[in-house]
Design a protein around this ligand. Structure first.
Ligand SMILES: [Zn+2]
Length: 183
């Protein structure tokens, strides 16, 4: 006999981007915000590893693949898209797959930028994109590893989703994974 409860599902996502080299400076986009005067991250997208990890965790929670599955070469309209746009589309896909989003929590590891003063602003932007609560925290790695050496930023995210009965799941089935890096 099936118990009459709706079990939530958790997911996890990790994303890493290197800082752009000094001879090819890029603007920094992180947590859905532009950081004026800060060294940017490299990648074909805006390199917003906070938003990317959040989107990946949503897909993970639903068991419907990952960023490469949904934003690979078969969806060229998302090539170079902002992290905020990807997160919004991820949330749409998740809902189309028959889930509602409980919340997403992201933590990034970096020496810079100084996040505290803009944390609430970042959370507002990402929460609006996902139309669900997104919290963002930051930490350092005590000088250790690539984040400690200032070579890049890593982010890890968890997401909680729950199935919504009556929603059609078929419309969100991803195509065959192309295995493309999302940049
Ligand atoms: Zn990324």
């Amino acid at each position: 006999m099936t118990p009459n409860v709706v079990l939530p599902r958790t997911g996890i996502g990790i994303d890493v981007h290197a800082f752009a080299p000094e001879n090819d400076p890029q603007p920094l986009w992180l947590g859905g915000l532009f950081w004026e005067g800060e060294q940017g991250l490299s990648g074909h997208s805006d390199g917003d590893c906070v938003a990317h990890a959040a989107a990946d965790a949503l897909f993970s929670a639903c068991g419907i693949g990952d960023l490469g599955t949904h934003f690979g070469t078969d969806r060229p309209e998302f090539a170079g898209a902002s992290g905020v746009k990807l997160l919004g589309e991820a949330a749409r896909i998740v809902r189309a797959a028959g889930f509602e989003i409980g919340n997403v929590a992201v933590q990034f590891v970096a020496n810079r930028p100084k996040f505290g003063p803009r944390r609430e602003e970042s959370q507002r932007v990402l929460t609006a994109a996902a139309d669900a609560p997104v919290s963002v925290t930051a930490t350092t790695s005590d000088g250790l590893g690539f984040t400690g050496r200032g070579e890049g930023i890593s982010a890890v995210a968890t997401a909680l989703v729950y199935p919504v009965s009556g929603r059609e799941a078929a419309s969100a089935e991803p195509g065959p994974a192309k295995g493309a890096p999302h940049g």
